[in-house]
Design a protein around this ligand. Structure first.
Ligand SMILES: Cc1ncc(COP(=O)(O)O)c(C=O)c1O
Length: 493
């Protein structure tokens, strides 16, 4: 914990109505000095429109008691309609990868806007081809064939169909607690009840126990690939992982009881995002992939949240598990907030998928490809992956000190800037901190100027998946704010 920050930022400023003056941080606001803050319609009017004309469920899950009225963004910062600045550590749900309105990406987008917005991929336009070549150069052989979509749900939907056509099998396995999309097909993969409607979704989808080494029945202090391990005891010998054996045992039970002997696919996120960056034992994916392939299935890595350098050690999350998927799906960070998704697969699977004509009007539009291409360039030029590793590791190791200090912080985990902080009533029971308590801390953190996310099956985890350009100073500010929010909560109760 960097006490200097608390010393330098008076608490009335941490609890401020106005943004903390920039002099407290070694950052320059030059780039934003020309911004004008536009009030827009009054807040009450916006809420009225939200109630009357927007998806009513968004009213139920409007994140904060006092909602955030977002107006403008620049890199890791968001300003509300009153000009109040927030450090954005949730990035529009892990989506703004290289920073809000990143100047390089904005310039590339503006250039393409002046040239050609849209044509379909029935014509040969350079942006699509240049992008496909650039993207596949970042993937290992034989993952070389790209299908561009508009979202992650669409990408997973396509991957389901591909897996089924290629294998001639139907059944697909996912982890409990997973989110893979909201279309009627992908809702079958999603194993998280608040996101499941009481309607027929894709049949043939079965879930298996998520090998969550903190909350699950098994887990120790060496299981996961993270700078921070769980607080659980471990009696495994060097090179052994009892938790892995047990969770793989659960997968074998699923094979024995719940699916036919031949399956189509296993879908897994390298780190489960919606669950609050849930990590599995180190060799789980390796063994699971082998078991899936023995049953005729293909392995799909859902990189919608973990891709594009976010995990720090690698460009793709699956590489951290030392596995090679047959299909990789991606979205969110691929376009820094512009709607684009992708499925990348092998020529063999692509050939099996050529049985009909797959057409997507917007998938791979010149505009989307120009944005995504510039995102890839920016990740490379700005050392974004290395930044994830350095800053993310710093955040987690410092946050682990808070975990050791406070009984209600149960777990700190993740890789790079894919981070979860799981809150508990106490460390012995590991019972989830109730939603009201989570809500109080969450709101307080926002009121002190930092946006984070929430996740976990019981809403018990805070999610930190910021734009990948954040700095150590941002982390220091966040840690000071989070520490203060926990203290405030404990003082109140
Ligand atoms: C892991 C994962 N896969 C797929 C999706 C679906 O992506 P989209 O919302 O772009 O359809 C999400 C969205 O949150 C996700 O987190």
């Amino acid at each position: 914990m960097k006490e200097w920050l608390l010393a330098h930022v008076p608490f009335q400023l941490l609890n401020r109505k106005e943004p903390v003056p920039a002099k407290y941080f070694e950052i320059s606001l030059q780039d934003t000095s020309s911004y004008t803050f536009i009030q827009g319609p009054p807040k009450e009017r916006l809420m009225e429109i939200r109630r009357q004309n927007c998806n009513p469920v968004t009213m139920k899950i409007t994140y904060y008691k006092k909602p955030l009225f977002a107006h403008q963004g620049f890199m890791q910062w968001i300003w509300d309609v009153d000009g109040r600045r927030y450090l954005d550590l949730f990035a529009g749900v892990a989506t703004v990868s290289v920073g809000h309105c990143n100047p390089k990406v904005t310039a590339a987008t503006a250039e393409q806007l002046k040239t050609l917005w849209h044509t379909t991929n029935i014509y040969v336009h350079p942006t699509l081809h240049e992008y496909c070549e650039k993207l596949t150069s970042l993937l290992p052989d034989p993952l070389k064939v790209v299908y561009l979509t508009n979202s992650g749900s669409e990408a997973n939907d396509l991957a389901m169909l591909m897996a089924r056509l290629h294998t001639g099998n139907f059944d697909i396995i996912t982890f409990r607690g997973s989110y893979h999309g909201g279309t009627q097909q992908t809702m079958g993969l999603t194993s998280n009840s608040p996101y499941k409607y009481p309607a027929a979704t894709s049949s043939g989808c079965t879930n298996t126990m998520c090998p969550d080494v903190f909350r699950g029945p098994w887990g120790g202090s060496h299981c996961r690939d993270s700078p921070v391990q769980t607080i659980r005891d471990c009696s495994c010998a060097q090179g052994q992982c009892m938790a892995n054996e047990k969770y793989i045992g659960q997968l074998k039970e699923t094979f024995a009881t719940s699916v036919p002997s031949r399956i189509a696919a296993f879908f897994g996120e390298p780190i489960q995002g919606m669950g609050g960056a849930v990590q599995y034992p180190k060799n789980y994916f390796k063994e699971a992939y082998k078991l899936v392939r023995e049953r005729g299935g293909v392995c799909v890595a859902d990189e919608v949240q973990t891709g594009f350098g976010r995990t720090g050690t690698h460009f793709w999350g699956f590489q951290g598990h030392e596995v090679l998927p047959d299909i990789v799906t991606m979205a969110k960070g691929i376009g820094n907030g512009f709607p684009i998704g992708a499925v990348v697969t092998t020529p063999e699977i692509a050939a099996a998928f050529a049985k009909a004509y797959h057409f997507n009007t917007f998938g791979g539009s010149p505009l989307a490809c120009a944005v995504a291409s510039s995102v890839l360039d920016t990740i490379k030029e700005d050392g974004i992956q290395q930044n994830c590793l350095t800053v993310g590791t710093y955040l987690m190791t410092e946050m682990a000190k808070l975990r050791d200090k406070y009984e209600i912080i149960g777990d700190v985990r993740g890789k790079g800037l894919q981070i979860g902080v799981e809150m508990v009533t106490d460390k012995a029971s590991r019972d989830p901190l109730p939603p009201e308590a989570m809500g109080e801390i969450f709101e307080d953190v926002k009121d002190m100027g930092v946006l984070i996310g929430k996740g976990g099956l019981y809403g018990q985890a805070f999610r930190i998946q910021p734009p990948m350009c954040i700095t150590k100073q941002d982390v220091d500010f966040f840690l000071a704010v989070f520490n203060k929010a926990i203290q405030n909560y404990l003082n109140r109760h």
